[in-house]
Design a protein around this ligand. Structure first.
Ligand code: F6R
Length: 358
């Protein structure tokens, strides 16, 4: 059942602290600052990585590819439906990773089969033990979210981000000596920080009342937050039926800026205070100058507050996990807007939980 929640989606959003603890259980060694994933002990360090995935899982794949590249391993994410049409060359030591919570998405299975046909080693990152992807791939890693009923993927996305982070630490040598340790420290605080986001959500209703009825909704972010911008928009359009688009923030001025007006609220995800965050602040100023209401999803560094009309605050976390917190915040925004508009949240029109045709 829905355990007292109005929708499975809201229940699953609130299950994230538990899902993340399950995902991490037995996989962190805080004393040594190490990551131990039993399923991956036989997986060698790949020379290059190609991700294949669809929809929300593709956004997780973009995040995973970013993490691999930072760890010094060339990596790229492909939309599974495009991969087979123009398959990229597969070199020696290539690992092709299918990210698919169901393990049954036809496009992803087809891309994985294409990769196998070209001689690649494959890894499935999935939630479902015994799924087709789990059975057909050479290796499998389970994201351990527990079953997800709502058509809109929420807790599985968070568990995918964490699983892909564990994967990188498991197979990519840590030449810096501190990368894995920093991640382990941040993962230990993750479930608690997600809980704080869920507990402090009361501003969202007010915000939704304010911006409902706009022409369109845009989502921008850079670096780790670019996939979150795409995911924020996908979730929003899926369940509210409102027009929403996500962009890596740097792409704004290459076209989408033409759409920005007083009737297009922009959700800007800005975390940390690195170069990516400073550049995102520049993008916020650009859209504000054109009259768009800016809603910053931020841990409150830099002067984001000064240039934003509304703030959705997330706890401060060093490193890549802050993107996961921002995403939880945006799940709540999509949910509250859909509830406000009285949409059938758990079963949006035209969509299915598992897409088993290409
Ligand atoms: C969106 C959503 C879909 C799936 C996509 C892939 O909320 O759930 O975009 O992410 O259909 O599904 P899996 O991960 O099962 O391969």
């Amino acid at each position: 059942g829905k355990s007292g929640y109005d929708h499975f989606m809201l229940k699953e959003i609130h299950e994230q602290p538990t899902a993340l603890r399950q995902c991490l259980s037995g996989r962190l060694d805080p004393l040594e600052g190490e990551v131990v994933v039993d399923e991956l002990t036989n997986l060698d360090t790949p020379e290059r990585v190609q991700f294949v995935a669809c929809g929300t899982s593709y956004h997780a794949a973009l995040y995973g590819a970013h993490r691999f590249r930072e760890a010094g391993i060339p990596a790229q994410a492909f939309l599974a439906s495009e991969y087979s049409t123009a398959a990229p060359p597969i070199g020696d030591g290539e690992l092709v990773i299918g990210v698919t919570q169901s393990g049954e998405t036809a496009d992803t299975l087809s891309a994985l089969r294409t990769a196998q046909g070209h001689g690649a080693k494959t890894l499935a990152v999935t939630n479902v033990v015994g799924s087709t992807a789990a059975r057909e791939c050479d290796h499998v890693m389970f994201i351990r979210s527990g079953p997800e009923i709502g058509v809109a993927a929420t807790k599985t996305f968070s568990s995918q981000l964490v699983s892909l982070s564990l994967l990188v630490e498991s197979v990519a040598p840590d030449v810096s000596g501190s990368r894995t340790r920093d991640l382990v420290d941040s993962l230990r605080n993750l479930a608690g920080n997600v809980q704080s986001v869920l507990d402090d959500a009361e501003d969202i209703n007010e915000l939704v009342d304010e911006v409902a009825g706009s022409d369109a909704y845009f989502f921008i972010g850079r670096g780790y937050n670019a996939p979150v911008a795409l995911e924020g928009a996908l979730k929003f359009k899926e369940i509210t039926y409102e027009h929403a688009e996500g962009f890596p923030a740097g792409e704004l001025k290459h076209g989408p800026l033409a759409l920005i007006s007083e009737d297009t609220p922009v959700f800007a995800i800005v975390t940390g205070d690195d170069a990516a965050a400073r550049k995102s602040l520049g993008n916020i100023k650009e859209v504000q100058a054109r009259g768009a209401p800016v809603i910053a999803v931020t841990d409150g560094v830099l002067e984001v507050e000064r240039f934003s009309d509304s703030l959705l605050r997330i706890p401060k976390m060093e490193g890549p996990m802050s993107s996961l917190l921002a995403n939880v915040q945006l799940q709540l925004v999509a949910y509250e807007m859909a509830a406000h508009l009285d949409r059938p949240i758990d079963k949006p029109r035209n969509l299915a939980k598992s897409v088993t045709v290409e």
